[in-house]
Design a protein. Structure first.
Length: 160
């Protein structure tokens, strides 16, 4: 159990968020291959896009994520185990963003205590560069979901 939990012990943490363009479910090892491909493509600029996608999605600036050198399959699997354990221990909550049609990973949402003030919920999210048009709808849906379903005080979520 987290020292300063974001949510009360009796709160039932939502297991999903459904939206027409995507769905969220807790991030876990089952997402490994698709997550690695998505994370590797999260910040790649693509010339065919109408707007460039930033190297660091909002909320990930200054965190060296994703690493410039890339992520190996072993590193990615290890990176999935920590948030899954955090979720189970209620220390933080990471969700994968899936395409509703095929279940492919297209992004992620992370909800953790703020580093400077653990009573504040720090939220970050990202989408693959080829799904950049979903960044703002994801932000709106997650913001509404947190306000309506989660017993949180202050929430810090980088605006879009």
């Amino acid at each position: 159990m987290a020292t300063n939990p974001l949510v009360p012990a009796d709160f039932t943490v939502p297991r999903e968020l459904l939206a027409p363009e995507f769905r969220l479910e807790p991030l876990g090892e089952q997402h490994d291959d698709s997550d690695l491909a998505a994370w590797s493509g999260a910040c790649a600029a693509r010339p065919e896009q109408h707007r460039p996608h930033p190297r660091h999605p909002p909320g990930f600036v200054g965190r060296n994520r994703p690493p410039v050198a890339g992520t190996t399959a072993e590193q990615n699997l290890a990176d999935l185990r920590r948030p899954a354990a955090d979720f189970a221990n209620r220390a933080g909550f990471a969700y994968t963003v899936l395409d509703p049609a095929g279940g492919e990973v297209i992004g992620g949402v992370h909800l953790y205590p703020d580093r400077e003030d653990p009573s504040v919920a720090a939220v970050s999210s990202w989408v693959r560069a080829d799904r950049a048009e979903l960044d703002a709808p994801l932000h709106r849906a997650v913001s509404a979901w947190l306000a309506e379903r989660w017993p949180l005080g202050e929430v810090r979520y980088a605006s879009r």
